[in-house]
Design a protein. Sequence first.
Length: 343
Amino acid sequence: MPLTLQHLFPTSSLGFDSIGFLFGCGTSKGAGYPLMGELTKSVYSSLSSAEQQHIVDVFVSESVPYDLVAGQPDIENAIDIVVKHRLQSQKPHLTSLEASIRKHITDTILAVTSPRLDDHLVFLDSLSRIFSGRSSRIWIFTTNYDLLFELAAEKLKIRVLNGFSGIFSRFFDYDSLQLHIGHLSGSSFSPLNQLEIILVKLHGSISWYNSGIDIIETMIPQQAISRTMVLPQKTKIINTLERPYDSIFRYSSQILGTECKYLVSCGFGYRDQHIVDTLILPKLHKRDVRFFALFGEEPTWLSQLTSLVNFNYATPTKFVVDGSTTTEPIDSWRFDKFVKLFP
């Protein structure tokens, strides 16, 4: 018996309600964006020879095995090591090295100028057809910086709320995440009979900037102010305590288990421990959310969750639903296959 949509959302035969998705970099790979290994190699190769020597010196001083050509250690661990060494040594060139690494990460993402939208279009179009003719909203939580969902939704004329309001340079407005759009007749409010997507970008976006006064969103590159993104780093939880991420995580915690009761992850590697610890585990232990995780490979820590009755998962060789294991080849952990589960 193959994995079906009803395994992911058990109420799907009666209608899709209270559903959400958690997407990571695996959902952007098919569009042309790099995974962690490719990103690491790109950043290392973009550093100047002096910067490469500086980072090698840091690895040696910390007794960290390295191979820049092979992308070892990965950039997430590398930034942590550089930051730790910078704080301990207070050497100016390490401050410059950290800034250079962050710039090259951003440049690598921006280098994808014509991303492939096919899978995102199929996914959003399928959802739009499923919810056609009735007022519905779904939640997409993502750690990706790219604009794939925004671009696909625009092509399909699907309304997206992402926490920003305004016209040309939009400003972060927490309350906009909770808006309902519709018609008011006297004291009677009628939501629009169409799908609304609440796009929650947990680590920010290439279109977000920090002006020092406001967090703004614009497609026009800004030279005078810096982008605001939570870049790869093991200790990134510290960054999520700052504006606007404190509001974004607070909103996510409030929504999961209340309005969003069924969550499916795809392309999410679970390296982001702060997301697991602050958003997923508390809801699982309280049984507020039914969670289904699609893994490209079975993680070593999986046994910690398998005892939870509301946690289900699939690997390339099996899927486990409500404690029952079915041995079956699974390819739905790939986003291009995942989108085909939807009618």
